[in-house]
Design a protein around this ligand. Structure first.
Ligand code: HEC
Ligand code: HEC
Length: 460
């Protein structure tokens, strides 16, 4: 096998990419689009022949100057990072449309009259790229919020209208979704309610509500909505090159956005809970991108391959996860990362299965940084049981106590370009995300296993 020299491959690759990008001043960005990120190069591939920057996705359809692209940025895997937000703040002294108090500030009534006031008012957006999502507690909810510890003493954050600080999900790789939004609130179910999803209707709902909410506009026309949905459904994003591992689709590896666009999928594929509509049994080897690197000459590529194998096969005793342990009535489920992340080479759950893994729990697992988030004390009316969370999750939609803290597992691609992680950005790095699992499920991972998992996650 050929000896491998990481940086020597990546640097000329980058030089070519930038010159290609510079050539395109027109309406289509190059396809694939390659952009640098902290650990290498991200790619976006559009199945529509290019990224059409005249699509309404990039147009101001509301009243506050925002577009979809304000919070879903190509270079950040169509999500948003603190670096993006800080750059906007620097460039405009905090006056860019993203710095709008409807959902960008910690509190809607925050003082934004000076640069310093704005730096203060938008601290969660600046530090973790969190957007304040407002959802009302449903009228018939089985629970009530009995106490709020709000670091901002925000008068608009109340027991019926708690503030939920959440990370923008990528507006790409959408073919793989089994539910839309962290709490599934935009999901329109298809032929098998609760199981199959009508992705077109769900994404049209989402784009309409985003325009009316984030952009404070009127509903877009049906034509604009279908243009946005077609555009974002055509987008695939994933890491294309890594500073240490080199180009991620060489030597029998299958990384990058173009390979991802060809990945077959359907609702329920490889469902770990036995719901694959074809009747196929669950295969824990969910990621099959880097297996051939197990015998690479490059020690770093071998680490990536070991990380993939750990992700697929490391035994995890799953306990205390509502949505899983209670649903199956098993206090301990012997599983793997792929029990929850089961969609082949995408890593979300292939059916809509909201899970409470402990990322909203308060006090939080030490690996998570939840400073700056409000803490809600919730009492279930029927049982009197009391829990503390930083986000009630799915329960805000269903009103059910059983759904407190439940969220979807997102598609695990383009991770390197879009830190921080989890719905609330509480894991600053992929290392912190791995540390969370180590602490939460007592994995006793060695330093090498942690490094291997991080090396693998960075190549997705
Ligand atoms: C102010 C920032 C902001 C703007 C502007 C914005 N979004 Fe989002 N987007 C978010 C956040 C935050 C979430 C996750 C919220 C949640 O789940 O509660 C999200 C979620 C999504 C999702 C769900 C992806 C998934 O995995 O479920 C899609 C799709 C999406 N946005 C598309 C759009 C489109 C299309 C527009 C323009 C019409 C838009 N967004 C405008 C912040 C924004
Ligand atoms: C019991 C189910 C479950 C298991 C087991 C599990 N995950 Fe997750 N994972 C989730 C859920 C649910 C989320 C979303 C949680 C949130 O955002 O608060 C998530 C989120 C993530 C994220 C953050 C993604 C993002 O876009 O922010 C990473 C990274 C991740 N998981 C990696 C792993 C690894 C590595 C393992 C194995 C060591 C693993 N997961 C095991 C359910 C699980």
């Amino acid at each position: 096998m050929r000896a491998f020299r990481g940086t020597k491959i990546v640097l000329p690759f980058l030089a070519v990419l930038f010159s290609t990008v510079a050539l395109f001043g027109g309406k289509l960005l190059p396809n694939p689009l390659f952009t640098p990120d902290p650990t290498g190069v991200l790619s976006t591939y559009s199945t529509q022949g290019g990224i059409a920057i005249n699509n309404p996705f990039f147009q101001n359809l509301g009243s506050n100057g925002r577009t979809c692209n304000t919070c879903h940025i190509s270079t950040s895997a169509w999500s948003l990072t603190p670096a993006d937000v800080k750059a906007k703040f620097q460039a405009t002294r905090g006056l860019d449309p993203i710095f709008h108090t409807n959902d960008g500030s910690n509190c809607p009534s925050a003082d934004v009259s000076t640069v310093d006031a704005r730096r203060h008012a938008f601290s969660q957006l600046l530090s973790k790229a969190l957007i304040r999502v407002s959802v009302q507690v449903p009228d018939d909810a089985e629970f009530e919020i009995v106490d709020i510890k709000d670091p901002y003493n925000c008068p608009e954050t109340t027991a019926t209208n708690p503030a939920l600080y959440r990370r923008p999900l990528p507006a790409a790789n959408l073919k793989f979704l089994s539910t839309v939004m962290w709490d599934g609130r935009e999901t329109v179910f298809g032929a098998v309610p609760g199981k199959s999803i009508d992705l077109t209707a769900s994404l049209a709902n989402q784009a309409r509500d985003a325009t009316m909410g984030h952009a404070q506009g009127n509903a877009p026309t049906p034509e604009q909505l279908s243009q946005i949905v077609d555009f974002e459904r055509g987008l695939y994003t994933g890491q294309a090159a890594d500073h240490h591992a080199g180009i991620l689709d060489t030597d029998a590896a299958h990384g990058g956005a173009e390979n991802l666009s060809r990945q077959n999928t359907f609702t329920g594929i490889n469902d770990s809970l036995g719901g694959d509509p074809t009747g196929a049994a669950f295969n824990p080897n969910v990621f099959t991108l880097y297996g051939d690197w197990a015998s690479s000459n490059s020690p770093y590529r071998r680490s990536v391959a070991r990380g993939e194998n750990l992700f697929n096969n490391l035994p995890i005793a799953i306990t205390g996860v509502n949505g899983l342990n209670d649903a199956l009535n098993q206090p301990v489920i012997m599983g793997t990362c792929t029990t929850c992340h089961d969609t082949p080479n995408a890593g979300n759950h292939s059916f809509s299965v909201p899970l409470a893994i402990g990322t909203t729990a308060y006090p939080a697992v030490p690996a998570l940084d939840v400073a700056g988030l409000p803490v809600y004390t919730i009492r279930c009316k029927a049982t009197g049981a009391v829990v503390q969370v930083t986000d009630p999750g799915r329960a805000m939609i269903s009103g059910k106590c059983a759904d407190i803290g439940k969220l979807k597992g997102p598609v695990l691609r383009g991770l390197a370009a879009r830190a921080p992680y989890f719905h609330n950005g509480a894991a600053a790095t992929l290392g912190d995300a791995v540390e969370f699992y180590d602490q939460r499920f007592n994995l006793n991972l060695t330093a090498e296993q942690k490094a291997d998992l991080v090396a693998f996650l960075q190549t997705l």
